[in-house]
Design a protein around this ligand. Structure first.
Ligand code: UGA
Length: 435
């Protein structure tokens, strides 16, 4: 199959490279010339484990190439995927579809034959109808079908998620588009990943419902964690105790500082707006978004409490700035609200993150970025573990305690057992724990 991918962000680039790896011929298109030049030169615009090698091998095999020329890129394509950004619109929280619709129009004008247009970007219900309308209006001479094919990739694990998906969702009732999509995903469903065909609007909603459900699960356990602290119970045991029930499942039950990233905060907000617009409010998700928002700053107050209630002039060392490990993404990271709360209270902050410091530096200009966890801990009054990067799981706690002014650890990811922290001389504060 010949596939064109419009947009070389994290979804477009990962999907394009993986399709090429399945043996399809893929052209990735992006307007940003410097980005395309960098990718061609082997420099990926995002940090995603394994992506540079995957791109390099498929470029070398001549299955994958990159261009800024959309008209050239869509020529002869069996399917054209739209994977451009859908940020939250300023002011009202709706998904901003400007880029999706602009791409649809540009594609239509450049088509040289019948085409299947597939939306991979996360878009609200009804977007596919509008994409199809735009295409038909621009090219009444051609047969076009607009398909919804949402992605369920996690940053940091995107290649594995693409190649071994729990399911593939395709929203279309067009027989030609159905045949093309079957062919594209053949290598995957041959490997027994369920390929689910639904109506287009249903596929669009599945994506939002999945993310909102996961965000709800996290927020649920976070509130249970708060209750655990209040009543003297242990949230890790509660999570295990409920997660072993197959109907609940143990994943996404890790209590922490609140969810962040480029997806959950934006997608929950967009679902809330859709619900309100259609007079069908999703109140449970409204509550989730609100609770999660206030939680991040509350984590800053938790650190101040660990400092004895006064952070003025105290030195805080933060480990982990990105919203989760294995990414350099700082979007809606809990660290942003935590740093803000601590700076508002007069603390001096230094930090270390394996991949996020470059992006973080401009967002938190007063924070001193350090070369490693031990340099960050030097002279600190409290060490705050915000993101669970693997390297923070193997810290020499004794050494760190010796470097600090006061060995206090606020572990917002519940990595360290109380016994281990105590053995190193730390006073430990956790999430949802009794010690
Ligand atoms: C999420 C979904 O997991 C993907 O399926 C989806 O495709 C993607 O959004 C998207 O819409 O593009 P992602 O945002 O990369 O993926 O990250 P997650 O691993 O889902 O984590 C999101 C946030 O939840 C992070 O801040 C993480 O720390 C937090 N989290 C996750 C918890 O606090 N506890 C958990 O148990 C799990």
């Amino acid at each position: 199959m010949k596939i064109t991918m419009i947009g070389t962000g994290y979804v477009g680039l990962v999907s394009g490279a993986c399709f090429a790896d399945f043996g399809h011929t893929v052209t990735c298109v992006d307007k940003d010339e410097s980005k395309i030049a960098a990718i061609r030169g082997g420099k990926m615009p995002i940090y995603e484990p394994g992506l540079d090698a995957l791109v390099a091998s498929n470029v070398a095999a001549k299955r994958l190439d990159f261009t800024t020329d959309l008209a050239e890129g869509v020529k002869g394509a069996d399917a054209i995927f739209i994977a451009v950004g859908t940020p939250s619109r300023r002011g009202d929280g709706h998904a901003d579809l400007t880029y999706v619709y602009a791409a649809a129009k540009e594609i239509a004008e450049a088509l040289d034959g019948p085409a299947v247009i597939v939306t991979k970007s996360t878009v609200p219900v009804g977007t596919g109808d509008e994409v199809e309308r735009i295409m038909r209006e621009a090219r009444p001479d051609l047969e076009v079908a607009a398909v919804s094919n949402p992605e369920f990739l996690r940053e940091g694990a995107a290649i594995g998620d693409f190649k071994r998906p729990d399911r593939i969702v395709v929203g279309t009732d067009d027989p030609r588009a159905t045949a093309v999509m079957r062919q594209i995903y053949r290598p995957l469903y041959l490997g027994e990943a369920p390929l689910i065909f639904t109506g287009r609007r249903t596929a669009e909603l599945i994506k939002y419902a999945a993310n909102a459900f996961l965000a709800t699960k996290i927020t649920f356990i976070n509130e249970i964690a708060d209750l655990c602290e209040a009543v003297g119970a242990e949230v890790k045991d509660v999570a295990r105790g409920i997660g072993l029930d197959n109907r609940i499942g143990s994943k996404f039950l890790h209590a922490g500082p609140g969810y962040g990233g480029s997806c959950f905060p934006k997608d929950t907000l967009a679902l809330i707006k859709t619900g309100q617009d259609f007079d069908s409010p999703i109140r449970i998700v409204e509550a989730v978004a609100q609770v999660n928002d206030t939680r991040k700053r509350a984590m800053g107050r938790k650190v101040i409490k660990a400092l004895g209630g006064d952070a003025r002039g105290k030195k805080v060392a933060i480990l982990g700035l990105t919203f989760k490990p294995n990414t350099d993404d700082m979007r809606d990271a809990p660290s942003l609200a935590i740093v803000q709360a601590l700076e508002d209270s007069g603390a001096d902050i230094c930090a270390y993150d394996p991949e996020g410091m470059e992006a973080a530096a401009s967002l938190m200009p007063r924070v001193k970025m350090m070369s490693d966890p031990y340099a960050a801990a030097e002279g600190a009054d409290v060490l705050v573990l915000v993101t669970e990067w693997d390297i923070f799981r193997a810290l020499d706690l004794k050494k760190i305690a010796g470097l600090m002014t006061a060995p206090v650890l606020v572990d917002l990811r519940n990595i360290y057992p109380a016994s281990e922290a105590a053995a190193a001389g730390f006073k430990l504060f956790r999430v949802g724990g009794v010690d």
